[in-house]
Every structure is written in C-alpha cells, then in structure tokens.
Design a protein around this ligand. Sequence first.
Ligand code: BG6
Length: 512
Amino acid sequence: MEKPKNCIIVIFGASGDLTHRKLIPALYELYRKDLLPERFGVLGVSRTRLTDTSFRKQLAASLKEYTANDSTDTKQIKKFLKRIYYLAIDTSNAGDYQKLKSRLKKLDKEYQTHGAFIYYLSIAPSMYEVIVENLGLHGLQESQWREGYDKRIIVEKPFGYDLESGRSLNKKLLKVFREPQVYRIDHYLGKETVQNILVFRFSNGIFEPLWNRNYISHVEITAAETVGIEKRGKYYDQSGALRDMVQSHLMQILGVIAMEPPSTFESSAVRNEIVKVFHSLPAIHPNEVANFAVRGQYTKSKIQGEIIPGYRDEEHVDPFSRTETYIALKVFIENWRWGGVPFYIRTGKRLPTRVTEVVIHFKSTPHILFKQKDQHHTEPNQLILRIQPDEGILLNFGMKLPGAGFQVKKVSMDFHYSDLGDIPVPQAYERLLLDCMMGDSTLFARGDAVEACWGFVDPILREWQENPDDTIFGYPAGTWGPRQANLLFGVPGLDWHYPCKNLVEDALFCEL
Ligand code: BG6
C-alpha cells in the first residue's frame, strides 16, 4: 500500500484523555503496521508544563494501558516515542503561536515534511475558534501547493452545540482553512463495520434491489451502552443523548444505510449522496415532537446486588436535571426510495447491554401459504448488521421444521468478523488518522452535512429548551429505556428488537 507523505501531526490537547486513550495508541498501531510515512513526527501541544521526556514517559504508560495484547513491545514503543515532542503554550494567547511556529520550523527541517502539518483539535470545543484564528494569524494554515500537500485540520466532535453554533464554527473555520483542508471526525465512520455497510450494499447484487420502500417495512438503528456518563457529568449535562450520539454518530449510520449508490467511490461522490439523505429529513414541527421523540433519563437501580446511581446522583450533574440519557426517534426520509418507511433510532446510557446494530425489517409475504397456529402472518425476514461488539451480519428467515406438516421455524445465517481468523478489526482512529494523512476525506463529515444534521435535531432541542416541562421518562438503570418508546411504532405487535432482556425485573418506570 502507498504510504502517506512525510508529515507532522500537531495535537492540541496533548495532555487530555483522548490523546492518551485513542490518538497515540492509534498512531502507534499504524507505526507497528508500518503504515506511517517514512518520516513523521508528533508535536503535543498543551498548557501543562511538560518536557519531551516527561511527555514521552506519560505516553509510554498510556500505551501499555490502552494498546491491545501483544503489541506493547518496549523496544518498539521506545523507537516510536522518539518521534514525539511536546510544547507547552497557552493556546488562547496569540503571542504563544510564535513559539509553535519556530518549533514547527525546526521539526519541518528535521523530518523534511515541506510544511505538511496536520493540526488535531482534541481540546475543549470552546477553544476551537480561538486556535483556528491564531493559526491563521501566524500563517500556519497556508498551503504548500507545489508540494501537493495541504495543511490539514482535524476537528473532533461536538461540532457546535446547535444549528447556529455549528454554522458559526464552520464559518470561522472556513475563514482560515479551505473546506478540503478540514477533516471533521466522527469516529463511527472509522469503524470497520460501518464502512462495511457500504461494501455490503454496493458490492453485492442481491441486496440493493430490495433496499427500498417496496420490500422494507421499517429500519431500526440502536446504539446501546451499559456505561453511565462516567466522569463526564459537566459535559454531558449540557449535552444529552440527542447531541452526544444522534446528531453525529447515528445520523452518519443513517446516511450510509439510506444513501443512493454513488457513481464512484470518491470523497465528493460519496459525501454528496450522504448529504442528500440529511436534506431529505423533514423538520419536525414543535407540536409534533412528542409523537416522534421519546426521551428518558436513568434512575437508581440494583443490578445483581450492586446499587447503580441514578443520573441525577452523578458527579457534576444538576440534581433536577432534565437532560436525556436516552432518546428514541421515529424518522422519515422523504424521497422516492424511502417514502413512508419509518426509521426508528434509539440510544441510551445504562441499558442492559452494549450493542450497536442496524435491523432491516423486510415486509411479510403478500399471502400466507403455510398457516401457523396462533399466527396470522408469516414472520418477516430481518437483516441485522451488527456494528459492535461481536461484529457481523445475520439474516433471519423461515424454514420448514422437519417432520409432518409445514411448520415454519425462524432460523438464521450469520457471519461474524471473528470467523475471519486472525485478521484484527482495527480501531476507528487508526483508519481515520491514516486517511487524513493520505488526504482522503471520504469518511469525514463535510460542513454541509454537519449543518444538515443540526438542522434536523435543532427543532427537537428547541422544543425541549422552550418547554422544560415536556415529559422526560425515568427508566431504571439496566432496562431498555422508557416503555413509551414502543408507542413510536404505533402498530400493535410491533416493538424494538431486544438483543437481551432487562437486567432489572419489576422495574419502576416513572415520569420525572
Ligand atoms: C462518544 C460519546 O462520541 O461516543 C460517548 O461522546 C459515547 O458518550 C461514545 O460513549 C460511544 O463510542 P463507542 O465507540 O464506544 O460506541
């Protein structure tokens, strides 16, 4: 495989959690697999006073903790860390960027990168605009056209707080950088199994003809987590599940499930099709929000003898908070392929299991040939795209039970990534960092797409904000969220796909 050109990655927020847990381990994996450029360096930038040596020491410990299995070879780690540097500056102080500039000049010479720098904003979103402005003031964004390598900037989520701030951030970024230099990262697009949806749909002849309103009755997209908000109360209480998961990750999954086939697999062709899906989502009218969105918040419960605190008891969370830790939505895509097909999207913290999956429900047969006892319809086929964990694909269908008569039984054909043997599934950040170094933005969100996603969730957020008394349902930690989410289906007998049971029986559900 062709390697990227030499470059320096500048990480703003170098002492932060993401750098230690995801970015450096991902870069190390790429290094181990010999996928990085011949000459590459990393410059960590943060306010904390550290030297190159002390930063490397910290990273060595993080690599041991966060890197998989057999890859923590001490010698290799040492060699890798030699390429990592540190600079302490106050990123809000324009004058300090002179120090950054001179450090980069030196590294540029040493690594012969010809000005090929990638800036990674892994810092509090409130700092994005000031960093971008300061990079611009010092000419640190300027392209080196002759070398055929732009300076690039990777922007972490959350990309804005609502439609207005998302737009304003885009505007400020695009005052300094050009759109092709901007890589808005959504780590779900870096997941192997999300990319596989594209391959599954567009490299097989048998599914695409069925992939529309004529054969599909509805689609579910679920991202369930067992964890609570961990130590992120401050951020989460201002954010909530709709902003944290739906506006970004789940909308991107919706995009790849619902998009039209692009004419080529090139960044703009793929991203043009994805954005069309977002533009086809009708804005939910404020009076209709309760019919299309059900929000919940986890409450205290006991799971296998262990008390799990409720959301309002978490650190840095307002004890009267009305922030949602669960959201279920019913979404329609208004175009020819999907007209009338509901997409049900749900995500939540403290649910019974960790699973992200898409379930495609096909329509029943038009006529029931094999009448079953107590059943007035044949069980429709389902296709389950399991994004994580136990990544794979499963197709449910009916078959004849051996013996007298024609008893139909639901069985499945399934593929698990683990069947591929020892081909490991790489981490999302590995793929995305490498793509950015290669200048491939296919798996990054484009500015118009981010704005379109905000455009869809904004009316819901506004309705809740303007009517804080709108219902929010309590659900005990360890359950599948408020039961009211089932009412979104509006058809008796239809319900969500539950990969497992509630962990808490006789749970008490309430309105908060
Ligand atoms: C992050 C959210 O973007 O994604 C977290 O901020 C969430 O709240 C996480 O837990 C989920 O990512 P993954 O890869 O663990 O599914």
